[in-house]
Design a protein around this ligand. Structure first.
Ligand code: ZN
Length: 237
């Protein structure tokens, strides 16, 4: 019996997904939701990177259960994934993703999912992914505002975000669970499209759930970009 998701993409594509690998960097709100989504799609392998523990304040916006308090997030997410789809291979890596380990972690992956809550780490993900020619799916969820985009060598995160300052984090300003759910859902669908060989358009989706506002903006390559144009990769060491 084929799953309903596989009825939609077809048997050949379902087989294709079984051979694909995704790296999830950060297993908080976006990462935990994306991990479960990709497990439901039947992806072949997930590598989960996070060094944090499940805490009480995470339960309202992340997929963890009360009985998992105090466990490492990567191990807790691996347990949840196994209860949804035991065929998915899951590798857990309890480290913080940083300029020194970024390239090693991205190498060999078919797609990277951004589950971070930190502007600097996204620049590091971007450098490692562009250098390795791996597409990555950016996601940001903050209060009721969300953003999603695919970045690659043709229009990277640094082209768009260079010089922009980081705002407050969710732990300071709050997050509405549904914002994270929608952002993670869009990230997972974009990841599946990339894994099946589709090329998503060069655009960013922006939303405000409280105001029910959704819009798209075009992303353009910056010919002076140190990452995708000059290949200097300033965020790797
Ligand atoms: Zn660029």
């Amino acid at each position: 019996m084929m799953s309903r998701q596989h009825l939609f993409i077809g048997e050949d594509n379902a087989e294709k997904l079984k051979k694909k690998k995704a790296l999830i960097i950060g297993c908080g709100s976006l990462g935990s939701k994306s991990g479960l989504n990709l497990a439901r799609w039947g992806i072949g392998k997930l590598t989960l990177v996070d060094f944090d523990l499940v805490r009480e304040e995470n339960i309202s916006t992340q997929e963890y259960l009360l009985e998992q308090l105090g466990e490492s997030k990567v191990k807790a997410l691996k347990e949840l994934i196994a209860r949804i789809n035991a065929k998915v291979k899951v590798k857990v890596i309890e480290v913080d993703f940083n300029p020194r380990n970024a390239e090693k972690l991205v190498k060999g992956q078919d797609v990277v999912i951004d589950g971070t809550d930190n502007l600097f780490t996204r620049f590091v993900i971007n450098d490692a992914c562009v250098k390795n020619k791996t597409p990555w799916v950016y996601g940001s969820a903050f209060k009721t505002q969300g953003r999603v985009a695919v970045f690659n060598q043709e229009h990277c995160f640094n082209c768009f975000m260079k010089g922009k300052q980081s705002s407050a984090t969710c732990s300071q300003a709050g997050l509405v669970n549904e914002t994270a759910s929608i952002v993670a859902s869009l990230q997972s669908v974009l990841a599946v499209k990339l894994l099946l060989g589709e090329k998503p358009p060069a655009e960013m989706i922006l939303m405000d759930l409280w105001k029910q506002e959704f819009e798209k903006i075009r992303l353009k390559k910056n010919k002076e970009c140190e990452t995708c144009s000059k290949h200097a990769y300033p965020y790797l060491s």
